[in-house]
Write a protein that binds this ligand. Structure first.
Ligand code: AMP
Ligand code: ZN
Length: 134
């Protein structure tokens, strides 16, 4: 529990939320400003800021993600599911308690999330591969 964390306050029920699922390890609740119908947030009860702060021994909670996604897909009648996960302010993270956005999708639901792509810069790619290997 981190005192100034909104999601820790949702976990402790200090702030109300629309809970879909809860156990000793995770909480799944509806996003207050949903992008699609049934847009839910999957979070661990342990306060971890984001993916880059997550230690290998802390990833156990993530094994529950596929079953939650399947159930949400089933109950919303969705035909697809987006998993969005923002890490850091510049990546759009607003709440610094790790969370996974589960967004049920339907045919022709009008949601377009991906901007146009560019061609891979081959020199930049080689440079990155070299740095990654060091
Ligand atoms: P992110 O931008 O990835 O940090 O996402 C934070 C998400 O938390 C946003 O989609 C918000 O709509 C959602 N959110 C903020 N406050 C609440 C709240 N009280 N209950 C449910 N969802 C919330
Ligand atoms: Zn927290």
């Amino acid at each position: 529990m981190t005192e100034d964390c909104l999601f820790c306050k949702i976990i402790s029920k200090e702030i109300p939320s629309y809970i879909l699922y809860e156990d000793d390890e995770i909480l799944v609740f509806l996003d207050i400003n949903p992008i699609t119908k049934g847009h839910a947030l999957f979070i661990p009860k342990k306060h971890i800021a984001n993916l880059c702060e997550l230690k290998e021994e802390e990833i156990g909670f993530m094994k529950k993600l596929p079953a939650i996604a399947r159930k949400l897909k089933e109950v919303t009648g969705a035909t697809g599911m987006n998993l969005i996960q923002n890490n850091g302010k510049d990546a759009g993270q607003v709440i610094f308690h790790i969370h996974f956005h589960l967004m049920p999708r339907h045919p022709n639901d009008g949601l377009t999330m991906l901007p146009p792509r560019t061609a891979l810069d081959k020199v930049g790619a080689e440079d990155l591969i070299n740095k990654f290997a060091q």
